[in-house]
Design a protein around this ligand. Structure first.
Ligand code: SF4
Length: 359
């Protein structure tokens, strides 16, 4: 029988009290915990060597016994004159995930993965075709953000638009966050922590395919993070064809949970609606959608579909998008068409698939 050595702990997976326990076990004074935490989440130290206020002996022990991150950057692609940057990461077990930085004049948003692959199987989404490979740990979710934050802080990313920090995080990359709820929410707490990364909860947005228990749970959380719901169809028949999850949580149940969420939190929700030519983008569909959500505290984000190789679908033509938007606006529903980003490097919504792209 062989005994496998357990992998060294990833420091980003620890909470502040857990880091405190580790330092205590190592016989370190209490203030070291805060020092290391500040280095990790405030100074964004890229290595233990960069934590120059720690004694050399402690740095050596950290290097020998724990890890400062486990994601391996395997590819980085840039588009939109440097304003969109997509990174492919490899996990220690060989599975992969992607994350994207998008810079706009007024904000720098990172789109983060919560799983490697996804079990939800939405037909228009490249990630859905991978199936679920693995849930990410809180540390692995946080690491994606810190990489971009470090690049912005140190100004190492060449781009047209400049920001010194990440201003917004959207959990809209690979995976369904509510299918990995505990680990995902632990990452939210870590990124929000005023003693650490300190990003306001209102600058965080989670997107769900409509897992009703997750929506209910989020409604009772302390942090007021934003909720986006991927709706994509206004009736059960069509939604079940596009999104298998609808068979488990049909529209009536989803809408009831969303309404409860709004009543409990008084926060506006976003409905995401990907537009597929001839599938879900007619004036009748827009009217049905309006019937469904009129009067709710909500906003609709229309997303002209981004191509996924092999999918027998087509992006809605511009005129259809405009007509769809007009119907919603005529019914008094706030509605925007999402700005297109990163299509050339398959970094746009629904395109993340962690497969090699042609050069
Ligand atoms: S759209 Fe989101 S939930 Fe659906 S398959 Fe893709 S990653 Fe999963």
């Amino acid at each position: 029988m062989t005994l496998e050595t357990p992998p060294a702990v990833n420091l980003y997976d620890l909470t502040l009290p857990e880091l405190g326990d580790l330092m205590k076990r190592w016989g370190q004074p209490a203030f070291r915990t805060k020092q290391i935490w500040t280095q990790m989440y405030r100074n964004l130290a890229p290595s233990f060597d960069a934590m120059s206020d720690l004694p050399a002996a402690l740095r050596e022990r950290l290097k020998a016994e724990v890890q400062l991150g486990v994601l391996k950057l395997t590819r980085e692609q840039v588009a939109d004159d440097g304003d969109t940057r997509k990174v492919l990461w490899q996990l220690p077990d060989g599975n992969v995930l992607e994350s994207v930085l998008m810079r706009y004049p007024d904000r720098a948003t990172v789109c983060i993965s919560t799983q490697s692959g996804c079990a939800m199987g939405c037909v228009f989404c490249a990630t859905g075709r991978m199936g679920l490979l693995r849930n990410l740990t809180p540390g692995q979710i946080v690491e994606q953000v810190l990489y971009f934050a470090r690049g912005l802080k140190q100004d190492t990313f060449d781009s047209v638009t400049h920001h010194e920090r990440v201003t917004n995080i959207v959990f809209m990359g690979m995976g369904e966050p509510f299918a990995n709820y505990d680990r995902w929410y632990a990452s939210v707490e870590r990124l929000h922590d005023p003693q650490g990364f300190n990003l306001g909860a209102r600058n965080l947005t989670v997107s769900t395919v409509g897992l009703v228990p997750g929506i209910r749970r989020l409604a009772s959380e302390k942090l007021p993070i934003n909720l986006a719901i991927s709706l994509h169809a206004p009736n059960d028949e069509l939604r079940s064809a596009l999104m298998p999850v609808n068979k488990k949580y049909p529209i009536t149940e989803l809408m009831a949970a969303t309404q409860e969420y709004i009543e409990q939190t008084h926060r506006r929700v976003s409905f995401e609606y990907v537009l597929l030519q001839g599938q879900n983008d007619t004036v009748e569909h827009a009217e049905q959608l309006a019937d469904l959500i009129q009067g709710m505290l909500c906003h609709v984000n229309l997303i002209p579909w981004n191509p996924v190789p092999g999918a027998p679908l087509e992006r809605s033509h511009r005129k259809r998008v405009q007509e769809f938007q007009q119907v919603l606006q005529n019914r008094g529903i706030a509605c925007t068409v999402r700005m297109e980003r990163g299509v050339a490097i398959a970094a746009a919504c629904g395109q993340l698939a962690a497969v090699p792209q042609p050069a």
